[in-house]
Design a protein around this ligand. Sequence first.
Ligand SMILES: [Mn+2]
Length: 294
Amino acid sequence: MAYNYSVILVTLASDGGNVWEKPQEVLETVADAGYDGVDLDAEPDRIDPQQFNKVASMAASLGLKIPALICAWGGWHAGEVRDLASSDETVRSYAVRYTKKCIDLAASLDEPPLIEIAAVPPQNEYPITSMPRAILRRNFVKSTREIADYAAPRGVTVAIEPINRFEGYAGFLNSIVEAKSIADEVDADNLGVLADFFHVNIEDAALTDTLRLAGDKLMCIHLADNNRQAPGTGHIDFLQVIRTLNAMGYTGYLSLDAVPAKPDWKTLVASSIRFMKQMEQMAALQKRIAGAHP
Ligand SMILES: [Mn+2]
């Protein structure tokens, strides 16, 4: 089956492909490469709504959907503390408020995109966080409930993205196993998990087993090879990935999330989808060979 592909545009920004500076060039490059959508930044307080809407309608005019908005959780990305697992109620509720504004932004679009949530501490404490994991989990579950409840009547889907131990809480919510367990506990129809292959490759069991484990809770995929570069440039077996997604009947997006954008953002964008389409073709060919009689 043919999958839908998107590009997380913020990943191109620091390498010459900033959509807020040159929307036409970035969006045309993505559309010409054959993508179905673009994931825009969810910064309702920082990005002027007029500018946001201008980029969104330019994307639409090029035939690009907006399947997801990208919330920023890490300090390097967010520029402030947004910690949904914090035991400090002021800090936690600030992060929940930010998320609700992102949901409002998503709901303002014709086809409300998905948003992703994650647990990222003010400071990483590798190799292990000093906060008890049970308390982090209790706080994060509370935030997730509030967020899912707010998003549901607004038609917005929420996906929990586990972040590897070097960037997130070392020891809490690093794996799909944990994200799935939290999604199961909160048990909301509009809540699932997001598998970012870079994080999954560090923290989970075999990638294809992990995708199957996520099952129908898998809402979105962030696409990169194990080196966080273009798919096909590392050691993830993408042919197996496509065969697994085919078997699962996966209907979500695969959003390119490779950083930094190497060797340059245009090559990254064009080569990634070309490679994935080739993997789709090879999976279809394997199936035909397996079904052919001598
Ligand atoms: Mn990601």
